[in-house]
Design a protein around this ligand. Sequence first.
Ligand code: GLN
Length: 247
Amino acid sequence: MPEHVLRVGALYPELMNIYADRGNLLLLQKRCQWRGIGFELASVTLTEDLDPDAHDLLYLGGGQDRDQKLCAQDLATAKRASVQAAVERGVVMFGVCGGLQLLGEFYELDGEKLPGLGLVDLRTTRERGPRLIGNVAIDVDLDGQSRVLAGFENHGGRTVLGAGAQPLGRVLRGHGNNGRDGSEGVIGGPRENIVGTYLHGPLLPKNAWFADWLIARALGVSETELAPLDDTFERAAHASARRAAGV
Ligand code: GLN
């Protein structure tokens, strides 16, 4: 597919990059390059304008609470309208952990409510109790196929989905959004193009199928149009992450 170019906008990559979340971008880049699909990566950080037409996929990784605080205000004010316009155009918005939390209404911690983008109906609260940490596997049903995502979670925030939101998957092992209701992540938007998950690791090298799903969605093609790759190592990484989670 040489005529295609995947244009990725990484939001606050120097602040929202915990547990090597940047590795997700590397995998997207490699899987495009290996197929002859063009790949462009731009970072958009604090105080920089976000052009809603400049990207096919926007990526927001995870971050420590203090880094998240720096980004939340900027995201929910200066960049909010641009992200909303992009998402309405069908741009994929992919958030991991802290990124997932900021897709929703707010992240409340230490008596303070960090504003979110309000793209999906979810709320996150830093409750008393231990952080939710460990290997995790979830069952994901996308495009009529049931598949597994495996990774690692470490979050203090508990996320609860509102009635208008769908989880990305159901917890097989681990805590998920809040350790109580079996939901993990979120998927929504006009074309199921808003996706969030607590899974780090980084997530995509352990779940190459999901990288391809994101690439296809962002390019507006079907997954079957993407040329197959030799995924020997990727399958081994996936199997190892599943084993770690006990699935
Ligand atoms: N700071 C957030 C929390 O602890 C997100 C953490 C993360 O991105 N790993 O809930």
